[in-house]
Design a protein around this ligand. Structure first.
Ligand code: CP3
Length: 358
């Protein structure tokens, strides 16, 4: 594929993040943080002053700078593109905003067959600033891999159906159970939009992708398999096998094997399930598949507990991660806004000192 011969990509094949993602033995345990680019950094808040969230995502120079900030400050093993799961919907022309302190808010909810058919298609040209930002980042990042990402169809659907963030997802669940045909049409449309967003990033040169199904943990394993999994699988299989694919959700202990079956190389685990248990669940569900690779899973709230507690938890997680064929150290969900950035830097240093395992 073109991206593998792209001279602008200077990421070595033995970059620890890439080796671990493939289930190999890296020179050190790789570490990065979900939401590492964002509100916990004063330099981020200064740059974003007066610029709305979505506007910043369509400004390639701004995306480059915000993506670089945590790489410079913390020395993480991977960068994640500064963007949002709602960016492809915005680019398609869906009327939505990201409201500070609330999250994504959609002007017109999507709840009927007519609403689904009225959803705009995504013209890849509308994502040109995203591709440009990736191109700029290849220059700035040098040997550090860049992770591209997208929201999975279910998590995107939950925002469209509810109209905003939701605790119980009642309207989303009402739609999937009362009108499965409309539900599947909606998720199929969203899978296409997600694929376009990911392909833009892949063609521009990202080294790996993460598919966020943040709210999938709200579903039973049965409903997940029937109503969600085929659409996430369409996305991950559509991406192909040229680069590693991470799949993550919150509260997904019961769903880990089903999420892996969508075609993920790496399964993200939140803090509720110890990594060695997660590995056992994955292995028992698919004894003939390659040994599992996991990402996670420090509770983001532990970063508020003071260094002795943080150190204890990091060491425990690294030990438990030795049960996996590969472990990418991360939080169990995103960095919380009030986190002391100094604690993040110290976690990176500690993880890099700890032994990789057999
Ligand atoms: O991880 C990173 O540092 C890269 C950038 C990134 C953002 N959003 C930037 C952002 C990524 C990977 C996301 C993904 C995302 N966005 C998810 C999946 C990951 C997860 O946390 O489960 C979801 C569900 C969203 C939707 C969304 N966007 C929410 C819930 C929020 C927070 C709202 C709030 O203010 O509490 C956003 C806004 C957002 N996305 C911010 C950032 C840095 C904060 C905006 C700001 O600084 O004003």
């Amino acid at each position: 594929m073109a991206e593998l011969t792209d001279a602008r990509i200077r990421v070595p094949v033995d970059a620890p993040f890439l080796v671990a993602a493939r289930g190999g033995r890296p020179s050190r345990i790789p570490v990065w943080f979900m939401r590492q680019a964002g509100r916990s950094l004063p330099e981020y808040r200064a740059l974003r002053e007066g610029v709305p969230m979505l506007a910043s995502c369509f400004d390639p120079e701004m995306v480059r700078e915000i993506t670089m900030q945590p790489v410079r400050r913390h020395g993480v093993d991977a960068a994640i593109l500064f963007s949002d799961i709602m960016v492809p919907l915005k680019a398609a022309g869906v009327d939505l905003d990201i409201v500070p302190g609330t999250g994504p808010v959609v002007a017109s909810t999507v709840r009927s067959t007519a609403d689904v058919f009225a959803l705009p298609r995504l013209d890849p040209d509308a994502l040109r600033p995203v591709g440009e930002a990736v191109g700029l980042l290849l220059e700035s990042l040098g040997e550090t891999p860049l992770i591209g990402f997208a929201g999975a169809p279910f998590t995107l659907a939950s925002y469209l159906v509810e109209g905003g963030p939701s605790r119980n997802h009642e309207r989303t669940k009402a739609l999937m159970h009362s009108d499965p045909d409309t539900w599947h049409a909606l998720l199929d449309t969203l899978a296409d939009i997600t694929l376009t967003f990911l392909r833009t990033q892949i063609e521009a040169g990202v080294s790996a992708i993460q598919l966020f199904d943040s709210w999938a943990g709200a579903l039973s394993a049965r409903d997940y398999r029937e109503l969600v999994q085929p659409h996430s699988a369409k996305v991950l299989r559509g991406v192909g096998d040229a680069l590693p694919k991470i799949h993550f959700g919150v509260g997904t202990g019961e769903l880990l094997p089903a999420m892996r079956e969508t075609g993920a190389d790496v399964v993200g685990v939140d803090w509720r399930v110890p990594l060695d248990s997660a590995v056992r669940r994955l292995r028992d569900a698919a004894p003939d598949a390659p040994p599992p690779v996991v990402q996670g899973n420090l509770d983001p709230a532990v970063l508020f507990a003071g260094w002795p507690a943080i150190e204890r938890e990091v060491r425990r997680i690294v030990d438990e991660g030795h049960a996996a064929a590969g472990h990418i150290f991360n939080l169990g969900h995103g960095v919380l806004p009030d986190t002391d950035p100094e604690m993040i830097t110290r976690v990176v240093e500690l993880v890099h000192e700890l032994p990789v395992g057999e």
